[in-house]
Design a protein around this ligand. Sequence first.
Ligand code: NHW
Ligand code: EN5
Length: 388
Amino acid sequence: KHKFWETQPVGQFKDIGDSSLPEGPIELPTPLSEVKQEPYNLPDQYEWITCDINSEDVCEEVYNLLAHNYVEDDENMFRFKYSKEFLRWALQPPGYFRSWHIGVRVKSTKKMVAFITGVPARIRVRDEVVHMAEINFLCVHKKLRTKRLAPVMIKEVTRRVHLENMWQAAYTAGVILPTPIATCQYWHRSLNPKKLIDVGFSRLGARMTMSRTIKLYKLPESTVTPGFRKMEIHDVPAVTRLIRTYLSRFVVAPDFDENDVEHWLLPKDDVIDSFLVESPETHEVTDFCSFYTLPSTILGHPSYSLLKAAYSFYNISTVTPLLQLMNDALIVAKQKDYDVFNALDVMQNETFLRELKFGPGDGKLHYYLYNYRIRHALKPSELGLVLL
Ligand code: NHW
Ligand code: EN5
C-alpha cells in the first residue's frame, strides 16, 4: 500500500495517535544548492513543458485535457469542467510562478497528456504563517493511468517549489491518502430541482412529487438584506479587514492581504461572485459572501450536457445573520441561473446547511498538508481554507 506516499514527508497512518511527534515541519529545508537542478526523468516518449497559461493555445490545451480527464464523481456521471478564464484566475494569484504550471507532452505528437500546478499562498497553522504551495489540477490522461506517472508529477512540482525556497504545501482530494488533516462533507442545495433529478444528480424524495419538490426549493425573486450589493474594487480594504479578523479564529486558514483579496474575491464574470452588506446607516461593510463557478459536464445524457454549479467560497457575518446572508447568496445564484449551490461543512457552514435545505452529497473532500504534521485531525469547523 502507498509505495510512493510512504517515502514522502507527510503524516503516516502508522503515526496516527502518536502524541510524542511534534507539530510542525517533518523535514528541515535543505540548502538550495542541494535541490536537484534537473527535472525528474519521464518515460522516453514524454517531455516536460512549463505552461504559459496566458497563451490562448496552451490554455485551451489544458482546458481540453481537464475537460476530458479530470475529476468525476464515484459513478462517473459528472466531470468537472473548469473554464479557461477560471484556470487563468486560479493559476495567476499575486506572486505566482510560471515554473509551477507543469505539463507533460508526447514528444512525437506534442499532445498534452498530464498536468499539475502549484500557486503560492501564506497559510496560517495555529499561530504560525507558513509560505506554502497550493497544489491542484493533477491530471493524467485516461489512457495513461496506473503507470506511476502521478508520483513523477508530484516529485517534479515539489522540486520546483523547493527551488523557490518553499517547503510545505496544501492540497485537497476526494481520495484518502496519508493522512488527512481534516475530512469534509459536500452539501448540495438544489436551485433547479427538475433538471437535477432529470440528469441523476439528485432523486425525487420518498413521498414527493415533482411539483412539491419544486415548491420546496422555491426562493424569493430578490435578496432581502438592506445594503446587500456586489463587491467593488474600492471595497478591498474593508473586505480585507473583515476577512482577516474572521479567519483568525480558525486553526488553518489563509493569511490574506489586500492584494490577495483583490485577486481572490473581487468579482469576475462566470468565475467568482462576491457580495457584501454595506450598512445603510454607517456605510460600514459588515458582512460578505462569495461563490465560485465550476460547471460539470453531464456524461451521456440525451438532452442536457452541462450542470451549472456555484461553490461556496468565503462567507463572513458580523451583523446580518449568516443564515439570511447565505439565503441571499442562494437567491443571487438562482437569479444567475445556477442549477445547484454546493458547500463544504468548513468554517461555520454547519449553522446554515440544514436550515437552508442543503442535503449531504455522496462525496467527501480530504484536506492535506505536505511536510507539516498536525497533532490530530481537525474538525471541518476548525478549517478556514477553501481550495478550488
Ligand atoms: S485532487 C484531483 C486529482 N485528479 C484527479 O482525480 C483527476 C482524475 N484522475 C487522474 O488524473 C486535487 C489520475 O487518476 C491521477 C493519478 C493523476 C489522480 N493526490 O500514476 P499512478 C489535486 O490536484 C497516488 C495525490 O499510477 P493514476 C491535488 C496514489 O495514491 N496522490 O495513478 C493533487 C499512488 O501512490 P501510492 C494521488 O491514477 C495533490 C500513485 O498516485 C492522487 O494514473 C498531489 C499512483 O500513481 C491524488 N489525487 O494517476 C500531491 N491520486 O503511494 C501534492 C492518486 O498510494 C503534494 N495518487 O502508491 C505536495 C507537492 C508539493 C510539495 C511542496 C513542498
Ligand atoms: C480538488 N480541488 O464526488 C477537488 N461530487 O457530493 C478534487 N455528488 O456532486 C476533489 N454519484 O451527491 C473532488 N447529489 C472530490 C469530489 C468529486 C466530485 C463528487 C459529489 C459531492 C457530488 C452529487 C451527485 C452524485 C451523482 C452520483 C450528489 C445528491 C444531491 C442531493 C440534492 C438534494 C438534497 C440531497 C442531496
